[in-house]
Design a protein. Structure first.
Length: 403
């Protein structure tokens, strides 16, 4: 404790002048464009706002992209003409997805520093990577095995793909992974052949999360610590509904007035869920559900001030760990095309550990008491896995903002 107090005092003395500066609560919506074609979709976003997804190029080929600070980068392929990016590490440096090789086979890839690595398969000829852990070391997805079945896989930094099996059926796929790579979620067929949402750990194996009264369900994402799972599940009436699962309880998140909904992403602490839902007119709209509000909100309506007339946010697919950035796709009326978007909600403020809108002493104390501990939590403001000097500085540089 003495060490932490001394370190805190030193940092406070060094940065005292920065305390008079306050940061504004900025919000914005950015249409990300394409690679020369007429469509794009965003599937992942890092803690610092790096976006990944798929866009068409001038030759009408679908290519994985990485977008940062207004620049969309074509990540290339494994020798073929097609690729897609689905997941990104917390710092935006590692991207995962699928790409065709020279033989025309789709393979899971891991991209870093301009190099696209073929991750192989489970013995078959196709695979796809869907998500990656916060540090970029653990990749999850689906791959064909030698028997011709599509199975969920987990691939650590060292070694090959690990087949996660099924719930008694033939097929499965991993769609999400916790920050440390220890918890995997997705869907797997049970013995009756129904796809069911699962949560996997090395100690407990694959757990069936159930449904909302129907037969089917799928899990798309999981909180940083692996305790909260989101996805969709069939209700008793046969309609898919977005769910939030925690401590064995599957919660129906409802709709925007229509009959169905799907949850695709969740914040690190499990309190914010995003996805798509039907409104009363039957149109799909991007939604955000928060534990504090207790219901869905239509993002097109909430952020209509940032949209040109006729523009609509159709689907929210992913959310940054702190809940600030949301990505997906919609209709950009200015270009008259389906286009990926990055929504900066402006909250939480930089350095706002307790998420109350004010960066103050309480935030400093939370980081101080967590100092030196494991990250991937609210106190880990730069999302690098450790609560350290950088996190204290984040609070100091933004001290007084919103107060």
């Amino acid at each position: 404790m003495c060490y932490m107090q001394n370190r805190f005092k030193a940092l406070l003395s060094a940065c005292v002048l920065s305390l008079i500066a306050t940061a504004g609560w900025s919000q914005s919506l950015t249409w990300l464009g394409t690679l020369g074609g007429n469509e794009s979709w965003a599937y992942g976003v890092s803690a610092n706002g790096v976006v990944v997804g798929v866009a068409t190029n001038a030759a009408w080929q679908y290519r994985a992209f990485r977008w940062e600070n207004g620049v969309m980068q074509d990540l290339g392929t494994l020798g073929g003409s097609w690729s897609e990016a689905w997941g990104v590490s917390a710092n935006g440096a590692v991207v995962v997805g699928g790409a065709y090789d020279a033989a025309g086979q789709r393979r899971a890839f891991r991209w870093e520093n301009g190099v696209m690595q073929d991750l192989g398969t489970l013995g078959g000829y196709r695979s796809r990577a869907n998500r990656v852990s916060a540090d970029g070391a653990v990749v999850v997805g689906g791959a064909w095995n030698a028997a011709g079945d599509w199975h969920a896989f987990r691939r650590a930094a060292s070694g090959g793909m690990q087949d996660l099996g099924t719930l008694g059926g033939s097929w499965s796929e991993a769609l999400g992974v916790s920050a440390d790579g220890a918890v995997v979620v997705g869907w797997a067929q049970n013995a009756a052949g129904w796809p069911r949402a699962f949560r996997w750990t090395a100690s407990d194996g694959m757990e069936d999360l159930g449904t909302l009264g129907g037969n089917e369900s799928e899990a798309y994402d999981v909180s940083a610590d692996g305790s909260v799972v989101v996805g969709w599940a069939e209700n008793a009436a046969g309609w898919p509904r977005a769910f939030r699962w925690e401590n064995g309880v599957m919660q129906n998140l409802g709709t925007l007035g229509g009959r169905d909904s799907l949850a695709h992403g969740v914040s690190a602490d499990g309190s914010v869920v995003v996805g798509r839902a039907q409104d009363a007119a039957g149109y799909y709209r991007a939604f955000r559900w928060t534990a504090s509000l207790g219901r869905m909100e239509d993002l097109t309506w909430t952020y209509h001030i940032w949209l040109t007339p006729g523009s609509v946010l159709w689907t929210a697919w992913a959310i940054s760990p702190d809940g600030r950035y949301i990505v997906g796709w919609g209709r950009n009326a200015a270009t008259n095309r389906a286009e990926a978007f990055l929504l900066d909600t402006g909250f939480p403020r930089r350095g706002d550990v307790d998420r109350n809108g004010c960066v103050d002493d309480a935030d400093l104390l939370q980081v101080l008491f967590a100092f030196g501990g494991r990250g991937y939590r609210n106190e880990d403001l730069n999302w690098d896995g450790t609560v350290d000097d950088a996190d204290l500085l984040e609070v100091l540089f933004n001290f007084g903002s919103g107060c």
